[in-house]
Write a protein that binds this ligand. Structure first.
Ligand SMILES: *Cc1c(COP(=O)(O)O)cnc(C)c1O
Length: 414
């Protein structure tokens, strides 16, 4: 573990941290749980659970519309949470933070609203590594508007082929929509350089941060992306809430996504005027407790040094990677040096679903299947992988339990 101490930050004492997450103390099938499915969703610290319980027990009211005490208090808490998000990702202003339902919802918002400005023949560039939610909304936009979807190819190691990316860029490219980290392979894309190259052609850039924001320090101004999206539930917060960061000037120029209450200034049958940012994009009563719960999750994470979390998770992941290589017939998918949070693999001759089932019987939770990235599975011509994905609370001892369980499973299935 990294021994550098940052002033005022809590050290990553694993046993102490694990006690902050009540669920980690439970058993599954009579065995202590080893939770290696953090790429699908993370567990929640008590601080988040308590915040949600307190909100519904003592603070519940609708926001932005009441003169009464509870409504004002709830409004303040929700808007404070928005500021916490802005600070956490280095946004210039909290007007640039739109609360959504999650990554999928954020991408659909951009595909619809930003998409309204696109014309026939305009090109949208995505990559072979994208999650379905960063593919399908663009296909739907292309059908609606007659735009053309282009795909940056990958190589056998799971990396995007940069020369091909450069060849695909042109002044017709209006948007590059790219994952920061692949949820399936853990590959970290060189987003900073790719954003710069896309900018040279005047393209806007959306970064899917669903698998990066919880693992590494994010500064959207430094990255210089136009949009950055992520889900609350993968960063220790509740489900049903997520974030769309957008540059103020870009969001200002976009038409609203949905119409309704809260997103308007005045409504007349002749003409309606829209509210200012960020409310223009938040029609209807939002997921108030979700936003406040996400704020509590970011408060929790901010107690620690993000660099220490990143180094710790990298060491757990690298340890698992090294152990896997010792086993006959294992292939790890995603072989770049630049990986975060995920080890994806297969054992020759064994279906990933069978492996996952026998791991589960031993209390080990992993994900098996295509991980919402069917094009990657098609590329490798495999039905899916077994994916172990990590969070701040995972430890090397769990990797040892995992490896014992895996060796037993392989013996049973071979
Ligand atoms: C999980 C995930 C999504 C979708 O997130 P939801 O919370 O299901 O909306 C999109 N992209 C990546 C990279 C993901 O890991």
């Amino acid at each position: 573990m990294l021994e550098t101490e940052v002033k005022g930050k809590r050290k990553l004492e694993l046993e102490e941290i694990r006690r902050d997450f009540p669920l980690l103390g439970r058993e599954v099938h009579g065995r202590p749980l080893v939770y290696f499915d953090n790429g699908a969703t993370t567990q929640k610290p008590k601080r988040v659970i308590d915040t949600i319980e307190r909100y519904y027990s003592l603070e519940n009211a609708n926001i932005h519309r009441g003169v009464h005490y509870l409504s004002q208090q709830a409004t303040t808490a929700y808007e404070e949470a928005r500021k916490k998000v802005a600070n956490f990702i280095g946004a210039a202003s909290d007007r640039e933070i739109i609360f959504t339902k999650g990554t999928t919802d954020s991408i659909n918002l951009v595909a619809f609203s930003f998409g309204e400005s696109l014309k026939e023949g305009d090109e949208i560039l995505i990559s072979h590594l994208e999650h379905h939610s960063n593919i399908v909304p663009w296909q739907m936009l292309c059908e609606r508007k007659g735009c053309v979807l282009k795909v940056i190819p990958m190589n056998d190691r799971g990396e995007l082929i940069q020369e091909e990316f450069e060849k695909l860029l042109s002044t017709r490219t209006k948007l590059l929509a790219l994952s920061h980290v692949s949820n399936s392979l853990g590959i970290v894309n060189p987003v900073r350089e790719m954003i710069r190259k896309a900018r040279d052609y005047g393209a806007r850039v959306l970064i899917d941060g669903a698998q990066s924001v919880q693992h590494t320090t994010i500064d959207v101004v430094d990255l210089d992306c136009d949009f950055y999206v992520f889900s609350g539930h993968k960063i220790y917060g509740p489900t049903g809430v997520g974030v769309l960061y957008g540059k103020e000037s870009v969001l200002d120029a976009m038409t609203p996504y949905q119409g309704g209450g809260d997103m308007i200034k005045t409504v007349r049958f002749e003409k309606t005027t829209y509210n200012e940012l960020p409310f223009k994009f938040e029609a209807g009563t939002p997921n108030i407790v979700g936003g406040i719960g996400l704020g509590a999750a970011l408060d929790y994470l901010s107690e620690f040094d993000m660099h220490e979390i990143e180094a710790h998770e990298a060491s757990v992941s690298a340890y698992l990677g090294a152990c896997l290589k010792e086993i006959d017939g294992v292939r790890i998918y995603g072989e770049s040096e630049q990986k975060l949070g995920v080890q994806s693999f297969l054992v020759e001759g064994i279906h990933p679903f069978d492996l996952g089932t026998i791991l589960d019987q031993q209390g080990v939770a992993v994900r098996t299947g295509h991980h919402c990235t069917q094009p990657i599975m098609d590329f490798y011509q495999i039905p899916g992988t077994v994916r172990a994905s990590f969070a701040m609370y995972n430890k090397k001892e769990e990797v040892d339990v995992f490896m014992n369980a895996l060796e037993r499973a392989v013996k049973m299935l071979k």
